[in-house]
Design a protein around this ligand. Structure first.
Ligand SMILES: [Zn+2]
Length: 462
């Protein structure tokens, strides 16, 4: 990993701040970074002795994207044929579940590397990974190696420690894996170990641990759901899980517990500003009010929701109501792209297709993907470009015919989407993408490892 340098970013076309409202745009300002933090933002800053100067002509500068929901291990499971035209349940049963047991630490490492590279090359500087390769007789090593990998790349990393405490007979496909769920003692023991080894409390933490059973209605008995919430809060850890991704999910909760999913998690103390849910596609107005009143956040994953035919989350309504909104790429076995630029572009478009052209603005979507992510993760020192903030930012090069002819070039990454090139990316003042390249990355080796990994994944456990 490169060292922290003092840096001056000169002459960008435009700087977006990640803030809401009139402060969303900072204009064509230079940015000075001292000791990993933003020290100055103004026009015509002059280089100081010892500073590295980054020429940002033909570029726009954004806060680094904060991806709040991912499953990095799925990077060896893109476009698995038997899952391409399946809904969530059919896809779970045919793509990830039959292969959970195949992920040795070596294969998990290959997948994580692919995923992190793809995120970095789309401008992500913080990744929260919902990692659920845990079972009673498995290794916990696959969680640890994610921290090591993120460290190698210089990414800010949040491990949402998943897993199940109950075999979910109602969950089609899970029984196919023949994996035994962990005990509460196993899960909590590993959380304590992870916390003491990796977790940082500060708003500019490079490493965080989150308590994240895979699905609240399937993965554990309700009494343990509440107990886990108490445990997490006692340890000072946040809570994350999947919620209301499909109509089937809502129907299951209604039939089994006679209530809506947000009511169910409320009853088990899973609401609050220390909780965020992935998806929240099928939501009643009363549930949206409950999330807003408690400050509970959402990770919006529009591409995965579209790919699996799950629906379109009512994000404009949640945002209007005051629910903290963030964006996640979700696992690429149900997305095929780990690009946050693809995600923000889709988030900008999909609500307009459904609700009309006033449903989203480019500034709102940038806010969700940056400051919104920082809010749900409790990382207040990142997500916005302001003086005093940690220097987590991405510089997109727009010197390409695709971007000629723009009037408002500042919004190009959001409204034009992929392909787009990250010229530079910084995390806490460290250069993690340098002139379009990840320092030290051997792409040929990564290609060979990925192909080997895919061969392994073609074998399925019955
Ligand atoms: Zn997910």
């Amino acid at each position: 990993m490169t060292q922290v340098q003092n840096i001056l970013i000169k002459n960008p076309f435009a700087v977006m701040t990640g803030l809401r409202g009139p402060r969303a745009r900072a204009g064509a300002v230079d940015i000075r970074i001292v000791n990993g933090r933003i020290a100055e933002m103004a026009e015509d800053l002059q280089a100081q002795p010892g500073e590295r100067v980054i020429d940002a002509r033909h570029c726009v500068v954004y806060p680094g994207w904060i991806n709040t929901h991912h499953h990095l291990f799925q990077n060896l499971l893109k476009a698995v044929p038997e899952g391409l035209n399946q809904d969530l349940q059919g896809w779970l049963a045919s793509v990830p579940y039959p292969r959970l047991n195949r992920f040795t630490p070596q294969l998990a490492k290959i997948a994580a590397k692919l995923g992190m590279v793809e995120l970095l090359l789309s401008g992500v500087t913080t990744c929260a990974d919902h990692h659920y390769l845990y079972h009673a007789h498995g290794t916990t090593e696959t969680g640890d190696l994610l921290f090591d990998m993120a460290d190698d790349f210089g990414l800010r990393f949040v491990l949402c420690r998943g897993g199940a405490l109950e075999s979910a007979s109602a969950h089609p496909g899970f029984s196919k894996t023949a994996l035994q769920p962990e005990t509460l003692e196993q899960m909590v023991g590993d959380l304590e170990r992870l916390k003491s080894r990796y977790h940082q409390d500060t708003p500019d933490a490079m490493r965080r641990v989150v308590v994240a059973p895979t699905t609240p209605t399937f993965s554990l008995p309700p009494t343990l759901l509440r107990e886990l919430a108490h445990t997490a809060r006692g340890m000072g850890l946040r809570l994350h899980t999947h919620l209301s991704e499909t109509q089937n999910y809502v129907n299951f909760c209604r039939e089994k517990y006679n209530c809506l999913p947000v009511e169910f998690v409320a009853e088990h103390e899973w609401l609050g500003p220390d909780v965020w849910f992935a998806h929240a596609v099928h939501m009643q107005p009363g549930e949206i009010r409950m999330l807003a009143q408690t400050g509970t956040g959402v990770s919006h994953c529009p591409v995965s929701n579209a790919r699996l035919g799950s629906g379109v989350a009512p994000i404009p309504q949640m945002y209007e109501a005051g629910v903290p909104i963030s964006l996640g790429v979700d696992g690429v076995a149900s997305n095929e792209s780990g690009s946050m630029v693809g995600e923000v572009n889709t988030a900008w478009l999909i609500h307009r297709a459904e609700q009309g052209a006033s449903a989203t603005t480019a500034e709102d979507v940038i806010h969700w993907g940056t400051a919104g992510g920082a809010q749900v993760l409790g990382l207040g020192a990142v997500g916005t470009l302001e003086i005093g903030q940690a220097a987590d930012l991405v510089i997109y090069g727009l010197d390409h015919p695709r971007f000629f002819g723009f009037h408002d070039i500042a919004v190009a990454p959001v409204v034009a989407g992929e392909p787009i090139a990250v010229k530079y990316s910084l995390v806490g003042g460290r250069v993690v993408v340098d002139d379009g390249v990840i320092p030290g990355l051997d792409v040929q080796q990564m290609r060979a490892e990925a192909w080997e990994g895919v061969q392994q994944m073609m074998k399925v456990d019955d």
